[in-house]
Design a protein around this ligand. Sequence first.
Ligand code: NAP
Length: 357
Amino acid sequence: MSDPIFAPHPPYVPAPDRFEKMPLRACGSSGVKLPAIALGLWHNFGDDKPFQTQRNIIRRAIDLGVSHIDLANNYGPPYGAAEENFGRLMDKDLRPYRNELVLSSKAGWDMWPGPHGFGGSRKYLLTSLEESLQRMRTDYVDIFYHHRPDPDTPLEETMLALHQAVISGKALYAGVSSYSPELTRKAAAIMRDLGTPLLIHQPSYSLLNRWVEEGEDSLLKTAHEEGMGVIGFSPLAQGMLTNKYLDGVPAESRAGAGKMDREFLREETLSHIRALAKIAEERGQSLAQMAISWVLRDQGDASLTTALIGASSVAQLEDSLAAAQNLDFTAQELAAIDEHAVESGINLWQRATASKN
Ligand code: NAP
């Protein structure tokens, strides 16, 4: 008889009803269908977090219909660790299900020293993609993004690199992140001419950071007109749109661990968050759920495709994913929310949208 302590883990078998658990939404005018809520591995999947916790979160997410998982070359710590840990999971649990998962990675922010470990050069993007695939233990990513605009590289060079990634079969689709509406239009035109239309834009978006809605030619509108989907990241403003910071900074939180700027937690912002928590309670949702539902609300043609969340535990994940069960808002609720859904100076990525391209 085998000793249970040394018995191998039973193989992972995803929940058979997983595709009924989460609404799917068309990604722009493409044939890709993304879950309304996707999981990102930015902060909670580095070597400073237990592998088994990471494994539990990802398995549970897939069981609950999260068929899209978002990575980038430098997610960790250290840089590359999230992709490496995900690669371990690919070998242990996920390989039989690779074809049903939409996996993304990115390059654009800093990854290694020197001029080609950062930015938008062809050299950086294509060498980084190669390394990401090795770490993730997969032959291709579904989406490869340019992670941020690079004013020092011609846009044509960056787009040609994304096109090449797709032509080589190492990525199935291409996307951009944190590009301004104007730069998005230029990028989309170049990619259309090359024959690889941009699939998707990944901007920050939350109740406290509404830049994607701003202006006649807003990013949400631009993406729709260009046939692109939009996946909004940090819909919880990195955890601020939950109850966790209302009475101080818990040690085990992202801000407590020094991974988020405590300056974001200004008293004025906290008073808006308290008011939003009250509205959420009246709706019968947690604040986290309402924050996610709100970014996914019906905005006509300019609606978001997907909310891209993070989670540091299975309990958080389950709470957040339940948002998909209530995406409707009354006009009164939206008006009450608007009073407190105000610009709060938390858009770290704003400066990345300024570009001379
Ligand atoms: P987020 O969903 O705004 O914040 C996630 C954090 O909120 C968690 O780590 C946790 O904080 C807290 N949290 C989550 N669910 C909760 C719940 N139900 N109740 C209470 N607290 C909860 O998203 P994010 O992690 O900042 O970003 C999500 C993903 O977007 C990233 O993983 C990445 O894939 C992508 N992203 C992309 C870019 C880009 O430049 N393209 C930039 C940033 C992020 P604690 O850790 O404190 O528990």
